[in-house]
Write a protein that binds this ligand. Structure first.
Ligand SMILES: [Zn+2]
Length: 268
C-alpha cells in the first residue's frame, strides 16, 4: 500500500476506534438502550442521555489495560449507563477528572496501606471498579457487561456515584445536595438506614441489598444508588425514605418508570 494511503487508512482506523461514530455507534447505542435499565425513558430523555454520553466520550479518555479490548458496544454501555444518573443534573457533575481505565475482568491492585496504628499492610483483593479522588475511574469490562439488567448490580453507576459523592470533598455518602434539600434530613435518614442495614448484616440476616453496602457510609450511598436505578422496588421496600432522598437528589423516579417492567418480571 502506498505510504499516503497507508497513513490515511491507519488514521481512519484510529479515529473509528477512538471516537465511535456512524452506523456502528448507532447500533451500539440502540443495543445498549434496549437494556432493562433504560426501560420507560421517553424519546426526549433518550436524546438527552445520548448527548450526555457523547460529552463523556469527548471529555474522558478510555484507557484499556491488561489486554482489555474496547469496542463501540462497550463504549456505549459505559457512556450511556454513566449518563443515566446525571440525566437531570447536567454534564458538569462529571467535570474535574479525565481518565477511565478499563480492565478485562476483576483486577487485583497490589498496594500498601497504612492503618490507624501506623502499620503498613500489603493489600491484594480483586475489585470490579474503583474511583480515585481527583483521579481516574477504573472499571472491569466483565462487570460492565453484567450491569444494566435490573438485577441490582451496576458497577458503572456505583463508581460514578462515588465521583458525585467526591465533588464536595470527602467521600462520605453525602454528595452536594440541591437547594431545597436538607443535609440534616439526608444525614438522619441515611444514618438510620445504614445503622439498621449494618445490624442486619451483622446478624447474618439475608438481605436483598448487597451486604457490601455495610462497608462504609460511602459504599452505602454507592450501592443504594445501584439499587435506585436497577432495582428500585427492593430499595423502596427496605428503605422508602432513602428512596425519596435519592429521588430528590437524582431528580428521577425509576420506581414509576420501571414499574411495568418490574411487574412483568415478577413471578406470577
Ligand atoms: Zn465503592
Amino acid at each position: 500500500m502506498p505510504g499516503f494511503w497507508k497513513t490515511l487508512f491507519s488514521r481512519s482506523e484510529a479515529v473509528g476506534d477512538d471516537l465511535a461514530s456512524g452506523d456502528e455507534w448507532q447500533k451500539a447505542v440502540s443495543t445498549t438502550l434496549a437494556l432493562p435499565l433504560f426501560f420507560g425513558l421517553s424519546e426526549s430523555e433518550k436524546h438527552t442521555l445520548c448527548e450526555l454520553a457523547e460529552q463523556l466520550l469527548t471529555d474522558k479518555t478510555m484507557t484499556p489495560v491488561s489486554g482489555a479490548r474496547l469496542d463501540a458496544s462497550l463504549r456505549a454501555a459505559i457512556a450511556l449507563q454513566a449518563a443515566l444518573p446525571i440525566l437531570n443534573l447536567g454534564y458538569p457533575a462529571y467535570l474535574g477528572w479525565r481518565e477511565i481505565i478499563l480492565y478485562p475482568g476483576e483486577f487485583v491492585p497490589d498496594r500498601e496501606i497504612t492503618d490507624d496504628f501506623g502499620i503498613v499492610h500489603r493489600v491484594r483483593q480483586p475489585l470490579s471498579g474503583e474511583a480515585w479522588e481527583g483521579g481516574p475511574l477504573v472499571l472491569s469490562l466483565d462487570d460492565v457487561i453484567a450491569s444494566g439488567h435490573c438485577q441490582g448490580y451496576n458497577v458503572v453507576i456505583h463508581e460514578f456515584a462515588h465521583k458525585l459523592d467526591m465533588r464536595n470533598g470527602s467521600v462520605n455518602g453525602l454528595p452536594a445536595l440541591h437547594t431545597g434539600m436538607s443535609v440534616e434530613t439526608w444525614s438522619g435518614i441515611f444514618n438510620a438506614a445504614y445503622t439498621d442495614f449494618c445490624r442486619r448484616v451483622d446478624a447474618d440476616e439475608e438481605t436483598e441489598i448487597d451486604p457490601y453496602a455495610s462497608e462504609s457510609p460511602a459504599e452505602f450511598f454507592a450501592v443504594l444508588s445501584e439499587y435506585f436505578f436497577e432495582a428500585p422496588d427492593i430499595l423502596f421496600d427496605d428503605y422508602p425514605a432513602v428512596y425519596e432522598q435519592l429521588r430528590q437528589f437524582y431528580r428521577q423516579d425509576p420506581l414509576t418508570r420501571l414499574a411495568p417492567f418490574l411487574q412483568g418480571v415478577e413471578p406470577s
